[in-house]
Design a protein around this ligand. Structure first.
Ligand code: SF4
Length: 382
C-alpha cells in the first residue's frame, strides 16, 4: 500500500525529499499545499517541478475524504458523514460558535473528529460501538477530517459569492476573509476510543498542531477518553499541552459499570489517579463529560459523588442530555430533571454546563448517522 502523505510530519517529508536529492525548501512547499491550500491532488501543486510531482504521486497517496452527506442547520451543529478509501464510513461534527465548552472563550468553529471505524469499548448507550470495532484510522484520515470540512466550507463560501450556482451556502458559519484556518478548535471525541489508537492519534495531533501543518494550538485540542488510565499517563508524559476530557457518565463504580464496560478494567480509583497524574504534569485542563440518561445516572444520588470527583480534579462538568439511538432503549431525562441535576451540582460548588438544545433529531447521537447508512447499504438499494 502506498502511504498517505498526510500521515507524515514535515521532518519525515524533508528526509524523504533530501534522499531524492531535492532542495530543503521543497518539503515546506508540499506542506503548504496540503495544509494551507488544502490541495486534494498533486497537480494542484503548481510550483513543484513536474518530475517531482510524479515522484511524489508514485510514492505517496493523496486522497480526499468523500462527503456522503452533511446534516444539520447552519447555525447549530452540522454532522458530516465521510467515505474513506476502503468505503468505511466515519463521522465528524462541526459545532460553530461554541461558548467555550472546550478551549478558549473566542472559539468559533469546533470540530469533533473520529479516530476509529466503529469502537470496541461497547458503552451501552452509544451507537458507535453497536457493530463493534472495524479498524483504526490512519493519522492522515484523522487529519483529513479537518481539511475536508475546510474544503467543504471554502466551496460553500465560493457558491455563496456566485448565487447563480443555485446552492444554498451556510452563511452563518463563514469566518472573516483573513481566516486561513476555519476549524480553530478540535475535540477528539467522535467515533472510537481515541487513546486506543494512540500512535496514529498522536501523529495526527502533531501534524494538526504544527505551525507548518494545521497550526491549531495544543490548548485548543481536547482529547477525550472513556477512561484508559495507562494511556492517560502516557499522554501526560508527552510534551504537548492538550486538554483532557473524561467520558465519565457515572460518578460511582456501580453506576459507571452499568453503562461502561471499561470501568471494570479501569475503575474510578485508577482512572482518577491517572487524571491526577495528568493534571500534575499539565495543569488544570480536565473536563468531565456526563451524558444524562433517565433512570441510570441522572438521579440526584449521583450529584454528591460527582461533585467530589470534580472538586478533586478541579474539573468542569459538561452535562449532555442523552440523544436517543434508534436501536437502544435508553431515554433522556425530562428538562426539569436535567435542570435539577445541574442546579444541585452548582449548589455543590461545581462549574457545570448543560447542553440545552431545541429538540433533538434522531441522528444526533454520535455514530447514529453512520449506523443508519451502513444498515441502508447492507439492505441493498431501495
Ligand atoms: S462512547 Fe466512545 S468509547 Fe464508548 S462505545 Fe462510544 S465511541 Fe466507544
Amino acid at each position: 500500500m502506498i502511504p498517505d502523505v498526510k500521515s507524515f510530519t514535515l521532518e519525515e517529508l524533508q528526509a524523504q525529499l533530501a534522499a531524492w536529492g531535492q532542495p530543503s525548501f521543497r518539503a515546506a512547499q508540499v506542506a503548504e499545499w496540503l495544509y494551507l491550500h488544502r490541495a486534494a491532488n498533486w497537480d494542484a501543486m503548481s510550483n513543484l517541478p513536474k518530475a517531482l510531482r510524479e515522484r511524489l504521486r508514485e510514492n505517496f497517496s493523496l486522497t480526499a475524504l468523500e462527503l456522503v452527506t452533511v446534516q444539520g442547520a447552519v447555525d447549530t451543529t452540522q454532522k458530516f458523514l465521510w467515505r474513506l478509501a476502503d468505503h468505511a464510513l466515519v463521522e465528524s461534527v462541526l459545532i460553530p460558535a461554541n461558548p467555550a465548552l472546550y478551549g478558549e472563550a473566542s472559539d468559533r468553529h469546533t470540530l469533533c473528529v473520529s479516530t476509529q471505524v466503529g469502537c470496541a469499548y461497547g458503552c451501552k448507550f452509544c451507537a458507535s460501538g453497536l457493530d463493534g470495532w472495524k479498524r483504526n484510522l490512519t493519522a492522515g484520515e484523522i487529519v483529513d477530517q479537518v481539511l475536508a470540512v475546510e474544503r467543504w466550507h471554502a466551496s460553500a463560501k465560493a457558491k455563496l459569492t456566485t448565487p447563480s450556482a443555485g446552492v444554498e451556502a451556510p452563511a452563518a458559519t463563514l469566518g472573516p476573509a483573513s481566516d486561513t484556518r476555519f476549524v480553530n478548535n478540535l475535540v477528539i471525541m467522535g467515533m472510537g476510543e481515541p487513546l486506543a489508537n494512540y500512535e496514529a492519534l498522536l501523529k495526527a495531533l502533531k501534524i494538526l498542531n504544527a505551525p507548518w501543518g494545521g497550526a491549531i494550538g495544543a490548548r485548543r485540542i481536547t482529547v477525550s477518553t472513556s477512561g484508559l488510565a495507562p494511556q492517560i499517563r502516557r499522554l501526560a508524559d508527552e510534551p504537548w499541552q492538550f486538554r483532557l476530557a473524561i467520558s465519565l457518565h457515572g460518578a460511582t463504580d456501580a453506576t459507571r459499570e452499568k453503562i461502561m464496560p471499561v470501568n471494570r478494567k479501569y475503575p474510578l480509583k485508577e482512572l482518577m489517579a491517572a487524571c491526577e497524574y495528568y493534571q500534575a504534569k499539565k495543569g488544570r485542563m480536565i473536563t468531565f463529560e456526563y451524558i444524562l440518561i433517565a433512570g441510570v445516572n441522572a438521579g440526584l444520588d449521583q450529584v454528591k459523588p460527582l461533585a467530589e470527583l470534580a472538586h478533586r480534579l478541579n474539573a468542569k462538568v459538561n452535562l449532555i442530555p442523552y440523544n436517543r439511538v434508534e436501536e437502544l432503549t435508553w431515554e433522556r431525562p425530562s428538562e426539569a430533571e436535567q435542570e435539577a441535576f445541574l442546579g444541585a451540582l452548582e449548589q455543590e460548588g461545581v462549574i457545570a454546563t448543560l447542553r440545552r438544545e431545541k429538540g433533538h433529531e434522531i441522528d444526533a447521537a454520535c455514530g447514529q448517522l453512520r449506523l443508519k447508512k451502513e444498515r441502508e447499504l447492507a439492505s441493498g438499494p431501495a
